[in-house]
Design a protein around this ligand. Structure first.
Ligand code: UDX
Ligand code: UDX
Length: 463
C-alpha cells in the first residue's frame, strides 16, 4: 500500500465541479487515466458530443481541454461499477443540495448522493482505494463515509483486518469559481488536502504537484479541511452582503457605492476583490454552505454564531426583494400589463448555471405583481429558464436583447455579461415603450450616456 502506484482515477459526478476538475487533472497528468462517471445518461452523452459547443457545462477554456484529452486519458461514461473497481483514487463530486424535509430541513445538506456513492464504492472497489471528498460537505461527513465504506454489509469482504479491500479518506475541497473554473484549477491560490494518513495525503498531493507549486499545497487534518471550505465560502459571501448593505446606504445618502468600494478596497487589509455590489450572490455554494455552517453552529449550541452567519443570507434575500420593490415603485406602483425585459439569467457572467440566481427571485417577485417578462441570456437556454417557473404564462424567452426589449417599459440588467455593455442602446430605446427605464443592478452601464439617449436610469448604489 505504501508504494502504491497511482494509475487510474475515477470521479463520480460529471457536473460543474467533476467535469472541469478532471479535465485539468487529465491535461496535467498524461500518465494517469481519468474516468468521469455519472448516473445521468443524457449528461454523459453531452460530455461525449462531437459538437463541443453542446458540452453540458459552459466554461471558458473547457472545450480546448476536452478536445485535447477526451478519448486519450479522459473518459466520460455511465460505467460506475467498472470504473470504481479499477480506480486507485476516487473523487466524489456529486451534488449535495440543502435538505428539503425532515431534521435540519432548509439548513443541513442532503447527503443521500454522497451516501449512495459511498455504498457503491464499498461494494465495487478492489484493493486499497483512496476516497477523496471533492464536493463541499458538512464537517464530519468523512466519518459517515468511513462507516459506510467499512460496513460489512456493503463491503462483503468485511472490514476489520481485511487487507484486500481497504480505504483511506481524504478531503480535497474545490475552490473553483464558475466562469473562471479552468483558470482557477490551473493556477490555484492554494490546494487544500486534509487527511488522516500521510501516505494518502502524499499520493493526492503528487497529482497536484504535476502543475502546482508545492508552496501552494496546504495539508491539514480532515476536519480542518472540511471546515475551511465552508468558512472560505462564508467569508466570501459575507463580503458581498456587506457591500450590498452599504449600497442601500449610498442610495439614501448620495454616496456612490463604486467610489466607496474603491476607497475601502485600496486598503491592503481589506483588499479590492469581491467588493462588487449587485443583486446578491447566487450559485450552488454560498447559500448552501452558510446554511450548513449555521446548522453546525446550532448543533453545537453556538446560537450567537449561527445567528451571525445566518444574517449574511437574509441580507442577500433582502437585497433581491429591495431591487424588485424599487422597480415596482418607479413604474408607478404597478406592473399589471407592463412588459419588462430581463437581461441575464445565469447567476454570474460566463456560465450557463442558474442555480440560486438572483434573477429567479427578482423575476418571481415581478411576476407576482402582474408583469409580463421577456428573458434574454446569452448562454442559458429556454428550457432551463422555463424550468424555474411553474407557468409559461407571462414568460417569454427571446434570442436577442433587442427582441426582449420590444415594447418593454423597463430593462433589468441582472447578470454582468460583457455583451450587455456593448449593446446598441439607442436602438433598444427606440423599440421600448416610454418612459423607458433601465435598472442596472450590476452597475455595468454608463448612466449618463443612457440618460442622454433618453432613458430613465436606476443604478444600484447611487442616487
Ligand atoms: C457541486 C459540488 O460537488 C459541490 O461542492 C457543491 O457544493 C454543489 O454541487 P456540481 O458539480 O456543481 O457539484 O453539481 P452538478 O453539476 O449537479 O453535478 C453533480 C453530478 O453528480 C450530476 O451530474 C449527477 O447526475 C451526478 N450524480 C449524483 C451521480 O453521478 N451519482 C449520484 O449518486 C448522484
Ligand atoms: C464560489 C467560490 O468563489 C468558489 O471558491 C467555490 O468553490 C464555489 O463557490 P461560484 O459560486 O462559482 O464560486 O462564483 P463566485 O465568483 O464566487 O460568485 C458567486 C456569486 O457572488 C455570484 O452570483 C456573483 O455574481 C456574486 N458576486 C461575486 C458578487 O455579487 N460580487 C462580487 O464581488 C463577487
Amino acid at each position: 500500500m505504501k508504494n502504491k502506484l497511482i494509475k487510474n482515477i475515477c470521479c463520480i459526478g460529471a457536473g460543474y465541479v467533476g467535469g472541469p476538475t478532471m479535465s485539468v487533472i487529465a491535461l496535467n497528468c498524461p500518465n494517469l487515466r481519468v474516468d468521469v462517471v455519472d448516473i445521468d445518461k443524457e449528461k454523459i452523452e453531452a460530455w461525449n458530443t462531437n459538437d463541443l459547443s453542446k458540452l453540458p457545462v459552459f466554461e471558458p477554456g473547457l472545450e480546448k481541454l476536452i478536445k485535447k484529452c477526451r478519448g486519450i486519458n479522459l473518459f466520460f461514461s455511465n460505467n460506475v461499477e467498472e470504473n470504481i473497481a479499477k480506480a486507485d483514487i476516487i473523487f466524489i463530486s456529486v451534488n449535495t443540495p440543502t435538505k428539503k424535509k425532515g431534521i435540519g430541513a432548509g439548513f443541513a445538506s442532503d447527503l443521500k448522493w454522497i451516501e449512495s456513492s459511498a455504498r457503491q464504492i464499498a461494494k465495487f472497489a478492489k484493493g486499497h482505494t483512496i476516497v477523496v471528498e471533492k464536493s463541499t460537505l458538512p464537517v464530519k461527513t468523512a466519518e459517515t463515509i468511513k462507516v459506510i465504506l467499512n460496513s460489512s454489509d456493503q463491503n462483503p469482504s468485511g472490514n476489520n483486518g481485511n487487507k484486500n479491500k481497504t480505504f483511506s479518506i481524504v478531503s480535497n475541497p474545490e475552490f473553483l469559481a464558475e466562469g473562471s473554473a479552468i483558470n482557477d484549477l490551473q493556477y490555484p491560490d492554494r490546494v487544500l488536502i486534509g487527511g488522516e494518513d500521510d501516505n494518502s495525503i502524499k499520493l493526492v498531493k503528487d497529482i497536484y504537484m504535476k502543475w502546482v507549486d508545492q508552496s501552494k499545497i496546504i495539508t491539514t487534518n480532515l476536519w480542518s479541511s472540511e471546515l475551511s471550505k465552508l468558512v472560505a465560502n462564508a467569508f466570501l459571501a459575507q463580503r458581498i452582503s456587506s457591500i450590498n448593505s452599504i449600497s442601500a446606504i449610498c442610495e439614501s445618502t448620495g454616496a456612490n457605492i463604486s467610489e466607496v468600494a474603491k476607497a475601502i478596497g485600496t486598503d491592503k487589509r481589506i483588499g479590492s476583490e469581491f467588493l462588487n455590489p449587485g443583486p446578491g450572490f447566487g450559485g450552488s455554494c454560498f447559500k448552501k454552505d452558510i446554511l450548513n455552517l449555521v446548522y453546525l453552529c446550532n448543533y453545537y449550541g453556538l446560537k450567537e454564531v449561527a445567528d451571525y452567519w445566518e444574517k449574511v443570507v437574509s441580507i442577500n434575500l433582502w437585497q433581491q426583494n429591495r431591487i424588485s420593490s424599487l422597480v415596482i415603485i418607479n413604474l408607478f406602483g404597478t406592473l399589471s400589463d407592463k412588459k419588462l425585459a430581463i437581461f441575464g439569467f445565469s447567476f454570474k457572467a460566463n456560465t450557463n448555471d442558474t442555480r440560486e440566481s438572483p434573477s429567479i427571485n427578482i423575476s418571481k417577485n415581478l411576476l407576482k405583481e402582474g408583469a409580463k417578462l421577456n428573458f434574454y441570456d446569452p448562454k442559458v437556454n429556454k428550457k432551463q429558464i422555463l424550468s424555474e417557473f411553474n407557468t409559461e404564462s407571462n414568460v417569454s424567452i427571446c434570442n436577442s436583447a433587442i427582441k426582449a426589449a420590444e415594447g418593454a417599459d423597463a430593462v433589468l440588467v441582472l447578470t454582468e455579461w460583457k455583451e450587455f455593455k456593448a449593446l446598441d442602446w439607442k436602438n433598444i430605446f427606440q423599440v421600448m415603450r416610454k418612459p423607458a427605464w433601465i435598472f442596472d443592478a450590476r452597475i455595468i452601464l454608463d448612466k449618463s450616456l443612457l440618460e442622454d439617449i433618453g432613458f430613465k436610469v436606476w443604478s444600484l448604489g447611487s442616487s
